[in-house]
Every structure is written in C-alpha cells, then in structure tokens.
Unconditional design. Structure first.
Length: 116
C-alpha cells in the first residue's frame, strides 16, 4: 500500500488534469482506488505522476483526481513512473513503479490520516 515517502518536486510543469472514467480505463497506464484506513473512498484525491524518473528528476508530470468512488485512471506510456497520491487531512503516499505495455497497472492505495 502507500508509503510515507515525500513527493518529488523540481522544475517540471504539471500537465492538465485528466478525467477519463475508470470504467473506461483500457490500455497502457495506471488505475486504482484510493481509500482511507476505514475503507471509505477518498473523492478528489490528487494523483500526480512523474514519468522517466532519473537521478536528474522527472521528465514529465501528469495529474488527475479520484472520482466519488475513489477511483482513478491515468493513461501513461510504458516505463518508470513515480505516483504520488495526496488528499486533505491525509498523509501523501508515493509509489515507484514500472508501467507495463498492454493492460493498465492496478495500484489501490490506503492513505493514513495526517498527524497533528
């Protein structure tokens, strides 16, 4: 599930948020569901993806938000990506993954409550 890693940053420009319904999530990319520790979906969680993660930083970033059921889909090219999920009053989670060719990679995430 999610880790408490810090999200990456750097002089990159985020692409426009995409809103493709998760039930239409076909092809290369990453999809999943974001919930809190009680299993409730988190609507409008922000999903940012840095592609081509290297020592010099990400080559490109894309963003999306979850729907009312906590589901998301980002069409992405095959290769390395770093996905960061954040939501109000929740600790962000960062996943390092490799997007395969073909069907979307599925990554469901449980966000922990933010402290303090």
């Amino acid at each position: 599930m999610g880790t408490g890693s810090e999200p990456t940053s750097g002089g990159v420009t985020a692409g426009p948020a995409q809103t493709q319904p998760p039930e239409l999530a076909e092809g290369t990319g990453v999809r999943g569901r974001v919930t809190d520790t009680s299993g409730e979906p988190i609507e409008l969680a922000t999903i940012t993806v840095a592609l081509g993660v290297e020592a010099t930083g990400p080559a490109r970033m894309d963003a999306n938000v979850t729907d009312a059921d906590g589901r998301y889909f980002l069409p992405l090219p095959p290769g390395p990506a770093e996905v960061t999920i954040s939501a109000h009053r929740q600790q962000p989670a960062t996943l390092s993954l490799t997007v395969p060719e073909g069907d979307p990679l599925v990554r469901d995430v449980v966000l922990e409550p933010a402290g303090g």
